[in-house]
Design a protein around this ligand. Sequence first.
Ligand SMILES: Cc1cc2nc3c(=O)[nH]c(=O)nc-3n(C[C@H](O)[C@H](O)[C@H](O)COP(=O)(O)OP(=O)(O)OC[C@H]3O[C@@H](n4cnc5c(N)ncnc54)[C@H](O)[C@@H]3O)c2cc1C
Ligand code: SF4
Ligand code: SF4
Length: 403
Amino acid sequence: MKKVEDILKAGLCLGCGLCEAVVGKEKCNMTISKEGFYRPQFKTALTESENNTILQVCPGISVMGNNLPSVSSNSDTKVWGGVLDVTESWSLDDKLRKKSATGGVISALAIHLLDSKKVDAILQVGVVEESWLYNGLLISRTKEEVFKNAQSRYAPALVFDRIIEILESSNDIFGFIGKPCDIAGIKNFVKIYPKYENRIKYTLAIFCAGIPSYEATKQLVNSKNKIEDPNFLKYRGDGWPGDFEAKWADGDSIKASYNDSWGKVLGKTLGLRCKICPDGIGLLADISTGDSWNTKDGYPDFTEADGRNFCFIRTENGKELYQDAVAAGAISNEKIDVSTLKNIHTYQYNRRILSAWRISAMYLITGGLIKFNNLGLLNIMFKKSLKSGVKEFLGTLKRIELK
Ligand SMILES: Cc1cc2nc3c(=O)[nH]c(=O)nc-3n(C[C@H](O)[C@H](O)[C@H](O)COP(=O)(O)OP(=O)(O)OC[C@H]3O[C@@H](n4cnc5c(N)ncnc54)[C@H](O)[C@@H]3O)c2cc1C
Ligand code: SF4
Ligand code: SF4
């Protein structure tokens, strides 16, 4: 029988917090490892039923796609999964567009959900109270709260440790924003706890290349050699892409460009699970969105500009929300040629094509621990040469160190 410990040993834990949520604080606490990621610590042995529940909800090992139809039969666009429509968009609130990570579409949709009373509140990640660094799941009930929680936090986030407590404390209907694996987590969770299924009415995903460790944030901040903690931190935003910036009470501050912060420090600390991720593009969400980077010669160019999201509208639920937000004047709506995304998001494109090879290596080594199903991976795994696929397979085998 597979055990929760096998997830941890294989480096597949994403630190989502569902372990603590489903077995309770008496048995499990999420703690921060020396590498700077959340990990479950079990205080007593789990029953077989608790162990099995975790294996079913864990987004580290279980991502269940829904095989939605693709926007076109062209095999390049198939890489992006099931979509009803692909658009370029931004928030029509200039302050939100500027403050947000990209063009503020995620926050604008969340605010629209609240304004139009489609939901009572938004579940989203933000910095936890009295911390400059640590991220958790927050409940936003107002436009101001959504605005405050806009921007990307390139660090771990404890998303689900309190999810049952939150759902039990009211009858509210929620919109949920998260990384693609957070969406997988909430979908797995409601499958096992169907009484909550109708409580999460909309899911919005941000594109995601991986979670950097908290240690990487500290490394950037510590380059200033201050004893005190900063009282302000942002990873990007307030521009597009905007700088990494930390500020201290005495007026000191540091800045690093997106290339220097994400490219040279943050992005170097991703865990193994992110490296074999089958879905950084929000396949399971109603709407998923990423940067619609400007391009120079067809390739991304990170020169500062007004933010623009591209949006994958994946479900009828998402389509209705998107069209409603456009009609209400919350977001713009432009056409975009889906074939340009291959150059704008080369990393995500290649990762999707190669992930079946990486996953096969993990599947083999862990004796079938992972279940990444209906994600369209087999249809696209031969888009590159057999040689490059085998190289990825062998490279992943080398990286896996069962502890
Ligand atoms: C870890 C990480 C990796 C990313 N990788 C990519 C990528 O590969 N390609 C790409 O195009 N864009 C990436 N982004 C950026 C993000 O996908 C885009 O900025 C997206 O287009 C949303 O832009 P927006 O202006 O609409 O968001 P905003 O309106 O600024 O809203 C951002 C939303 O993201 C939520 N959020 C922030 N940090 C986290 C977190 N750590 N976990 C869960 N939710 C969070 C906030 O709660 C907020 O609701 C990444 C972001 C993160 C946090
Ligand atoms: S459920 Fe979440 S916290 Fe538990 S092992 Fe899986 S990813 Fe880690
Ligand atoms: S890369 Fe994949 S597994 Fe890693 S944080 Fe992003 S969505 Fe989750």
